[in-house]
Write a protein that binds this ligand. Sequence first.
Ligand SMILES: N[C@@H](CCC(=O)N[C@@H](CS)C(=O)NCC(=O)O)C(=O)O
Length: 285
Amino acid sequence: MSAIDTSLHPSPSGTAAALAAAHSTPQPLTLYGSWFCPFVQRVWMVLEEHQIPYQYVEINPYKKDPAFLALNPRGLVPTVTAEVAGKTRLLYESVVVCEWLDELCSSTAAGNGLRLMPAGEGEEAVFERARCRLWMDHVVTRVVPAFYRLLQAQEGVAEARAGFCAAVRAFAKEMVDSGSGARGPWFLGAEFTLVDVLLAPWARRLFLIDHYKKGGVGIPARGEGGPDEEVWERWERWVQAVGERASVKATWSDDGRYIEAYKRYADNTTQSEVGQATRQGRALP
Ligand SMILES: N[C@@H](CCC(=O)N[C@@H](CS)C(=O)NCC(=O)O)C(=O)O
């Protein structure tokens, strides 16, 4: 398709460029990614959190190279290959890959022993893991689609903004209601988990909506949250912590590059699968 987004910068910039360069030599584990892609950033963050060896290979998923399609028939990044215990493994879909890598890395000697899901036995721990999965699902099925609906909206911006804010508010309210804020900024308070990882790339991209959409994201400023003041303060605290997280910073290119890359989303001409699904009111790929 000629309108496909192939005009993107071919490689990461800023801190992500340095990180990609530091991970350019072949390793048993390879992440095929694109610097601009938030789904890739999830997986890249998990690798950085665990500090295990990996190779980062930049590709343009819009070009649908046959060699890439042979790895991932869906033709999407992130895609990961790994040699594990003498077997060649291949997986795609960012949530699946994040969960797989978190379990794999936490059990390998090369890792730093981190676990990005609450550990432990017993009903309480089992429930806490399930609650995390519920809010991971909320991010995937509610917040992320609403982000694209708002970014791509040409008409009905106010409605799209209200939809996005409602999805974010539900996430922030869960953090308030669970009392996690007393322990730390993350969804669970002190521990950084996959719930945070799954939403962080879009939180970091909120400035694109402020840049492109008149009226911006629409989250009330401090002191203007009315009855939801506590909820929006909790959200702000979480967003700020995301911006300061080392794995978020390390995988981030220059702001200006994202502004260029997301222009096609903002004017709703992108031919990406996510963009087309949003335009057609379908579930995201
Ligand atoms: N559900 C997938 C979505 C991945 C995705 O849409 N990646 C984009 C880049 S941000 C892509 O590869 N797009 C290629 C295309 O739209 O043709 C995941 O979570 O990994």
